[in-house]
Design a protein around this ligand. Structure first.
Ligand code: AMP
Ligand code: GLY
Length: 428
């Protein structure tokens, strides 16, 4: 089967790498892809916003499955256009992708389905939002309703910070994504992510992971798309995982189907593990980046078969997917300046030497310039390793990082550290 993969980051490199291991794969095409993805796919130039062009490409290349990596084309309805043209698509419809595309939509769905989440007010104008802030008091969380590339959330410790966030969002900081604001109760606890596939009826739990969102060690500095991750996240115990599926994932899937917007694709639940149980922070309608990298590293089952079954509403016929019991851990190497304006063009050497340690280096923001690999984005490489424990996976990942010669890149040195401390406490 020929597959078209849309996207060009570390998440898509991990997907391409895993898809390429399947005997079911015919030809893999990727748009736009990146130099890492090019090892597994033919790179093609296609504008995901031009639905007609994507459909024509699929017709001309006998595409049996389209895998949509990032959120923007999903929220824009690309999956609908492709399905209308008769193609199998991994990824939700425009209506279902509102779970990521509108925070207000998701909060209201939680109300209707009785899903545990932070208390909130959906504010359509500044006065409404300011009144909500007064009611909640600090600390409080202010969110732009729509997609804001991960930058639309302010966890405000003071009322001033919260009021400024509201003024900025309604002032146009995020354009149309800030036409509405969600003001939310501040939740305390540890964060974890949980991933499940669903075809709208059947739910197939995949795995848990924990991301490291702040740019600096010890969780300091500004938020990023994620500086590293590991899977599984043991804070999400089997009992908690069962509770997440029963109280959060299942009612979401059921309610979306009942309301005529069946959700098909991967459901990525961002969770806060509070003293009163797991609560939903947000949904994403796609795999996490860099969480996908650690999930793919652990996945033993055939990814082509899984994604195709998900697209074709046939998940109930598949065996439970198998994951390695080992921990996978990924370290993001980012360009100086990230998450602000990253420095582009920095030379990267030593990727092969890094992989000789047994680690896998996924490309996120790279490019080839005169035959040399250079940085071409904020997050540049995802150095990923498996280990019998988080400590071993971390040691292998950093040993590989240390073989990469790229003076313009930096990374956090503490990915997985909190869990390693717990491992050491368990071992006594
Ligand atoms: P989101 O984009 O909704 O995942 O939010 C980004 C980050 O803000 C989350 O990963 C949390 O660390 C934090 N956050 C979001 N909502 C809340 C909340 N209600 N209470 C505490 N922290 C939150
Ligand atoms: N790593 C966070 C995300 O993919 O949204």
């Amino acid at each position: 089967m020929n597959i078209l993969l849309l996207g060009g980051g570390g998440r898509e490199h991990a997907l391409a790498w895993k898809l390429a291991q399947s005997p079911r794969l015919g030809k893999l095409y990727a748009a736009p892809g990146n130099p890492g993805i090019a090892h597994h796919a033919d790179l093609v130039t296609l504008d995901a916003a031009d639905h007609g062009a994507v459909v024509s490409f699929c017709e001309a290349h006998e595409i049996g499955l389209v895998v949509i990596g990032p959120e923007a084309p999903l929220v824009d309805g690309l999956a609908d256009s492709l399905r209308d043209a008769g193609f199998s698509v991994f990824g939700p419809s425009k209506a279902a992708a509102q779970l990521e595309g509108s925070k207000g939509f998701t909060k209201e769905l939680c109300d209707r389905a009785g899903i545990p989440t932070a208390g909130y007010v959906r504010a359509r104008d500044e006065a409404e939002a300011m009144a909500a802030l007064d009611r909640f008091g600090a600390p409080v969380v202010v969110k732009a309703d729509g997609l804001a590339a991960g930058k639309g959330v302010v966890v405000a410790m003071t009322m001033d910070e919260a009021r400024n966030a509201v003024t900025d969002i309604f002032g146009g900081q995020f354009g149309a994504a800030g036409a509405e604001v969600v003001v939310e109760e501040f939740l305390e606890g540890e964060e974890a992510s949980f991933f499940a596939l669903t075809d709208g009826a059947t739910i197939v739990p995949l795995a848990s992971a924990q991301d490291h969102k702040r740019v600096g060690e010890g969780d300091t500095g500004p938020n990023t798309g994620g500086m590293g991750a590991y899977s599984p996240a043991r804070v999400l115990t089997p009992a908690l995982e069962a509770e997440v599926i029963e109280k959060i994932i299942a009612p979401t899937v059921r309610t979306m189907a009942d309301e005529g917007m069946p959700y098909s694709g991967v459901l990525y639940a961002g969770l806060m593990l509070t003293r009163s149980g797991p609560k939903l922070i947000e949904y994403n309608a796609r795999f996490g980046d860099p969480e996908c990298q650690v999930l793919m590293m652990r996945l033993e089952s055939d990814l082509v078969e899984l994604l195709r079954a998900c697209a074709d509403s046939a998940l109930s016929a598949l065996p439970v997917p198998r994951f390695r019991s080992e921990t996978a851990l990924t370290v993001v190497m980012a360009a100086q300046g990230y998450p602000g304006t990253p420095k582009k063009g920095g030379l990267i050497e030593g990727v092969d030497a890094a992989e000789a340690t047994g680690a896998k280096v996924f490309h996120a923001g790279t490019a080839l310039k005169d035959g040399a690999l250079v940085a071409n984005g904020g997050r540049v490489l995802n150095v990923t390793a498996l280990g019998a424990s988080v400590r071993v996976a971390q040691a292998t990942a950093y040993a590989a990082v240390d073989r990469i010669d790229a003076p313009d890149l930096f990374c956090r040195r503490d990915i997985g550290q909190k869990e390693i401390a717990r491992e050491m406490a368990r071992e006594g």
